[in-house]
Design a protein around this ligand. Structure first.
Ligand SMILES: [Fe+2]
Length: 438
């Protein structure tokens, strides 16, 4: 009697499969020239289930990968699990520990703010790690953070404030947080929404935040279909909520939009009484049988007319969008994105958008598989795109990864440097450049 062998889902095979060894490597081969202006470390997070299995790509223990670069040299590569209780006891059932804010997988993003490096996942408190990627412990901002924090807080390009939010299954379903540039959480504001939706990311501008209240709702029935406790429910509607950055629930102005889902915006900024929001928009998400890849769209919120216009900017499948850190929430011309390989959330190349000229350039990875592309500004540069784009790229030919450094000013040229790693870095989620003196 034969039994059908079930093929592993995409997130457990090929370069999505987890690695188990924590490696420290100092003898890194470099080809090309690393700019001497790059002094810091390129960090990247991802779900790396220590048991080897997980019910969804988004689940699994966080593993950080890092390469330190200084004075034109690559000093080390290392990878470390974020050692949360979920790592220390893999038999712990996440569902049975709901409400325990220390039970994070800490697998989604890694950011720096006010001298801290934080590994983030949207259901719990952040986890602080040190420069060597060793886990320090959960961070609740001296007891000020009441519940979960998004994995996508925004550091204002102008003030250095860390603007964030959390969402949950019980009221208040949405909570806004504002943290001063020196790391003190100074505002915690419950926001009224109709239901418990999955709010992966949001937007900031110079004076406002823009919440995305979209129809992916908390529902245990989703576990049977998507592997996550959420479902697509178009009857919920879709809205954008605009609130002053120091405002309260009563100040939120809600705008109806066409039903859709957005994991990641590119950026948002104010233009008089209008707010421009560029996003990777999907027609739907968590809807069984639906295939709705993300593409770049622009919403323009007219705060006087009370309307939102929606324009598709590109028909490439892109996500993991980034801008220069200094223009987050401010008018940007340029944006960077992962151009996804067919039916797989890894980059077959990177796209550089020039949004003022409505044009783009493509950097092909020639068979390599890229992670999120992180832009690092050239301290001697003037223009917004004076800098470098860094990413972890897996090379199937060698079954190893490398960090590529692309000159943003010659975006479709070969990388100016490749830092070869002795191991592969599994496909993952988000990362950041953490400069010296962060
Ligand atoms: Fe994300």
């Amino acid at each position: 009697m034969s039994e059908a062998i079930q093929e592993a889902p995409f997130w457990l095979k090929d370069n999505f499969a987890p690695v188990y060894e924590e490696v420290t490597a100092t003898d890194l081969k470099v080809t090309g020239r690393i700019p001497r202006e790059l002094n810091g470390r390129l960090l990247r997070n991802g779900a790396n289930p220590q048991t080897g299995v997980s019910a969804h790509w988004f689940l699994g223990n966080g593993m950080l990968h890092g390469v330190e670069i200084r004075d034109g040299k690559a000093n080390w590569y290392r990878n470390r699990y974020v050692k949360t209780p979920a790592y220390k006891d893999p038999t712990l059932d996440v569902m049975s520990t709901l409400g325990d804010m220390t039970m994070s997988m800490a697998n989604t993003h890694v950011v720096h703010h006010a001298g801290r490096i934080l590994a983030l996942e949207e259901g719990h408190w952040p986890y602080e790690v040190d420069e060597q990627l060793e886990t320090v412990g959960p961070c609740n901002f001296d007891g000020k953070l009441p519940g979960p924090m998004t994995a996508h807080p925004k550091t204002c390009g102008e003030t250095g404030e860390l603007i964030s939010f959390g969402y949950g299954m019980t009221e208040p379903y949405l909570t806004y947080h504002r943290t001063s540039a020196d790391g003190r959480m100074v505002q915690v504001e419950p926001i009224t929404v109709k239901g418990a939706t999955m709010v992966h990311d949001f937007n900031i501008t110079r004076n406002h935040v823009v919440f995305m209240d979209l129809p992916v709702l908390w529902n245990l029935a989703g576990l049977a279909t998507s592997g996550l406790p959420v479902v697509w429910d178009e009857s919920y509607g879709a809205r954008l909520g605009v609130m002053p950055r120091n405002g309260t629930d009563a100040d939120v102005a809600w705008y109806d939009i066409n039903p859709c889902y957005v994991f990641h915006p590119l950026n948002a900024y104010e233009d008089g009484h209008k707010i421009v929001v560029d996003v990777c928009r999907m027609r739907d998400a968590m809807k069984p049988g639906s295939n709705s890849p993300p593409m770049l769209y622009r919403w323009v919120i007219d705060q006087i007319a009370g309307t939102v216009s929606e324009t598709q900017l590109d028909d490439r499948v892109v996500d993991f969008t980034r801008v220069c850190d200094s223009v987050v929430g401010l008018k940007n011309c340029f944006g960077y994105a992962a151009g996804f390989a067919p039916n797989l959330p890894v980059a077959e190349g990177f796209v550089k958008y020039d949004l003022d000229r409505n044009s783009s350039q493509f950097h092909s990875l020639n068979g390599g598989q890229g992670s999120e592309a992180v832009f690092v500004k050239d301290p001697n540069g003037k223009a917004e795109d004076d800098g470098w784009v860094l990413s972890y790229v897996y090379q199937p030919e060698t079954d190893r990864s490398e960090v590529v450094i692309i000159d943003s000013r010659a975006f479709d040229a070969e990388p100016i440097a490749r830092i070869r790693l002795p191991v592969r870095v599994p496909a993952g989620f988000h990362g950041n450049w953490v400069p010296d003196g962060y």
